[in-house]
Design a binder for this molecule. Structure first.
Ligand code: PLP
Length: 401
């Protein structure tokens, strides 16, 4: 008899399933608004020119292929921590920041979850925004945590439900771990304002909650690396100990190279050393040593003033194209007289927009118009282009009437 007779078939991954359906569709004007990766105005992946330059530099240096230390490429992880915390960060000067290279943002979330689970009291809750990136649930439960939702998105205003969020945080058990999207919230595109972050920090401090920032879109939201790091820097200034899962998938376009870091800011250099030793144990069990190639590219870009300046231009180009598509889509809908208010499309930020379309409307978008998006009405703004935005607006107009 097989050992696997008790293994049930897992449900298909909603997003991967969507891209299979899209690929199989032979309709010429089909549109993929499911994909969570940047596309240029021709719908093609964009290899950042600065990454190409860094690849040449790395290649010509003919580096060897020895193991990295457990913590990874130090000059990369240090530059990555400065990018998040600011190069003048007190926490960095005080040597109380621990930084580990990880398998992109996913690995950073999982390493953090694994480490924290070993040292938080049994029964600690991890609070996730409702809704959130689907993998958060998977990652934090896999690490052994119980999870609980906090209010975040208000479907009526298509914006932040701040009161609901503060109430959820107040009602949660003290010393819960709260996963916060640093910027460009996935899937809603709704971020708190600086004022709202202050109120969130107040309640988090009252309740001794632990902030776990997930930062997968720094520079990709506003086009400005510092501006997108506001929330993290603000919480560090307020004196929180916290974690950050950092991804370079989107902002450097290094998706498949899996470049990321897990950082912990502790209250003292001594505590940071203890944390460092324990994160190392956890990382040893998961990957032993992180991969070389992507980190070498990121290291080269982050530590060269010229390449860094060029990268910042690329971030403005990518976020700018996305913002232009937001305006274009909103304007087209207004011109068509599509019922409803569409300002949320321009008010939301980052890769995604929550359109407000319901799952029935999403089905019609797919079956009648060959436009693919997740059933919650989320669209990837990067899938829009000057060539298809009018077609998409007409389809939205059709399904909401
Ligand atoms: N966190 C959020 C909120 C994301 O949207 C993503 C990617 O879609 C990730 C983390 C991690 O992505 P990766 O593992 O590719 O860095």
């Amino acid at each position: 008899a097989s050992n696997f007779t008790e293994v049930p078939l897992a449900p298909p991954d909603a997003i991967l399933n969507l891209s299979t359906l899209y690929k199989a569709d032979t309709f010429v004007r089909k549109v993929d608004l499911g994909v969570g990766a940047y596309r240029d105005n021709n719908g093609k992946p964009w290899v950042l020119p600065v990454v190409r330059k860094a690849e040449t530099i790395v290649f010509e240096a003919q580096p060897e292929h020895e193991y990295l230390p457990i913590g990874g490429n130090k000059s990369f992880t240090e530059a990555a921590s400065k990018l998040l915390l600011g190069s003048d960060s007190r926490a960095l000067q005080d040597n109380r920041v621990v930084s580990f290279q990880t398998i992109s943002g996913t690995g950073a979330n999982f390493l953090g979850a694994t480490f924290l689970h070993r040292f938080y009291p049994k029964g600690t809750k991890v609070l996730l925004s409702n809704p959130t990136w689907a993998n958060h649930k998977n990652i934090f439960t896999s690490a052994g945590f119980e999870i609980q939702d906090y209010c975040y998105y208000n479907p009526k205003t298509l914006g932040l439900d701040l009161d609901g969020m503060l109430t959820s945080l107040r009602n949660a058990p003290s010393r819960s771990i709260v996963v916060l999207h640093a910027c460009a919230h996935n899937p809603t595109g709704v971020d708190p304002t600086p004022e709202q972050w202050k109120e969130i920090a107040n309640v988090m401090q009252e309740k001794n909650h632990f902030p776990f920032f997930d930062c997968a879109y720094q520079g990709f939201a506003s086009g400005d690396l510092d501006r997108d790091a506001f929330a993290i820097r603000y919480f560090v200034e307020r004196g929180f100990e916290l974690s950050i899962a950092q991804s370079f998938a989107k902002n450097l376009g290094l998706y498949g190279e899996r470049v990321g870091c897990y950082h912990v800011v502790a209250h003292s250099a001594q505590l940071a050393q203890h944390v460092q030793s324990q994160v190392a144990r956890a990382s040893r069990a998961i990957i032993s040593n992180p991969p070389l190639y992507g980190a070498r590219i990121a290291d080269t870009v982050l530590n060269s003033p010229e390449l860094l300046a060029e990268w910042k231009e690329h971030l403005i180009a990518m976020s700018g194209r996305i913002m232009a598509m937001r305006s274009e889509l909103r304007d087209q809908l207004v011109q068509l007289g599509t019922p409803g208010n569409w300002d949320h499309i321009v008010n939301q930020i980052g890769m995604f927009s929550f359109t407000g379309l319901n799952s029935n409307q999403v089905e019609v978008m797919k079956n009648k118009h060959h436009i693919y998006m997740t059933s919650n009405g989320r669209i990837s703004m990067a899938g829009l282009s000057t060539g298809n935005v009018e077609y998409v607006a007409q389809a939205i107009d059709d399904v909401v009437r």
